[in-house]
Design a protein around this ligand. Structure first.
Ligand SMILES: Nc1ncnc2c1ncn2[C@@H]1O[C@H](COP(=O)(O)OP(=O)(O)OP(=O)(O)O)[C@@H](O)[C@H]1O
Ligand SMILES: [Mg+2]
Length: 337
């Protein structure tokens, strides 16, 4: 019984990362020495079927770099990435071919992500042409079906991207991401460039497609109001590391990391409707080229003590979720103010 449960659990995990890292070597001037920028620095995550994991953090925290590794666009420098249980951290050609369709990406800017010279029908058929042996008539049928699924009409296949609104273009980008029946969709700020009035429509579409197609989402966002709407669990990224990870409720009503708490304080609510929803915190995020010693948040943290300046806090279970703060146990008792 137990064995069955645990094997079901493993089957249910569609994505797992172990200590995943991406370093960039930057050259300082012509003869300058090479510096290492740790854009993602040891990330542990897992994602289950039909669940949404939101990744939040300030600009430069490493969200897009993580997304590029998960979608097999870039290879990790260190660590492992498992898709459906298979290690794809350093894939050969045939593994890449097998897994590329498995995980697809939706980008922030629906204007830049669709080639303006191609009709929508061709844009949607292209992944099928490259990756499947389907005939022209079969590809056409799939395109029409997919247009319907994202709320567009068959005649839209004959039009060019510039003939659509931002919201419609993002529907087209979603359709394109789904043409190869992926299991995982990584959405990097998918509604940030859209008018507030159409954001909810696109989010609702993503939610209904998730139900219908059993999709798992990695949803990257600056905007915690959006995350609250769509996520099952939330991982908070700071300088390339996860500082807190838990269910949506744990994060929104019981955050234990002062950074998460500060992010939430900058989110609009009934009490504080003037906040923009963008993450604006006091002090600058340190350069990833020269992160501070100890806890990398300590210079901006109102709760920092001596230990925080010296020792790196490990991500560990506290009160049912994962936190990397030396004082997390204390915050369970006192809360964060
Ligand atoms: N190809 C690259 N070469 C060098 N440095 C890079 C490269 N890509 C990203 N970086 C650096 O890695 C860090 C993380 O960047 P990333 O784009 O992943 O952040 P982000 O969280 O997506 O930010 P934003 O919210 O602004 O999109 C930044 O310091 C960035 O300058
Ligand atoms: Mg980004």
């Amino acid at each position: 019984m137990n064995l069955q449960n645990s094997s079901q659990e493993i089957d249910d995990v569609v994505l797992k990362t172990v200590n995943l890292a991406k370093y960039y070597n930057l050259k300082n001037g012509f003869f300058g020495k090479v510096q290492t920028l740790k854009a993602v620095n040891g990330v542990h995550l897992s994602l289950k079927t039909a669940q949404t994991l939101a990744i939040v953090g300030e600009s430069g925290s490493g969200k897009s770099t993580l997304a590029r590794m998960i979608t097999l666009i870039e290879r990790p420098t260190l660590g492992q990435l498992f898709l459906q249980g298979q290690d794809v951290s350093n894939p050969n050609r045939s593994t890449l071919k097998q897994f590329r369709p498995f995980v697809q990406m939706i980008f922030q800017n629906p204007y830049g992500s669709l080639n303006p010279r191609h009709k929508i029908g061709n844009l949607l058929a292209e992944p099928l042409k490259i990756n499947t042996p389907l005939k022209l008539s079969e590809r056409r049928e799939k395109v029409i079906t997919m247009l319907g699924k994202v709320g567009l009409r068959p005649e839209h296949a004959q039009r060019y991207p510039h003939m659509f609104s931002g919201g419609q273009r993002q529907r087209i980008a979603i359709a394109r991401a789904l043409m190869l029946n992926p299991k995982i969709v990584v959405a990097d700020e998918p509604v940030s460039a859209l008018d507030v009035s159409v954001r909810a429509q696109v989010l609702n579409l993503m939610a209904s497609l998730q139900q219908e197609l059993k999709l798992s989402y990695i949803f990257i966002s600056h905007d915690l109001t959006v995350v609250k709407h769509i996520a099952d669990s939330v991982a908070v990224l700071y300088l390339g590391k996860i500082v807190e990870h838990g269910t949506k409720d744990q994060i929104f009503s019981g955050a234990l990391h002062p950074y998460t708490h500060a992010l939430l304080a900058s989110t609009p609510s009934v009490d504080n409707p003037k906040q923009s929803g963008r993450i604006v915190l006091k002090g600058e995020m340190p350069s990833p080229l020269a992160p501070p010693p100890g806890c990398t948040f300590h210079k901006r943290c109102p709760y920092a003590t001596d230990i925080c300046t010296k020792m790196i806090p490990e991500l560990r279970p506290v009160n049912g979720h994962q936190v990397s703060c030396h004082h997390a146990e204390k915050f369970v008792q006192t809360g964060l103010k």
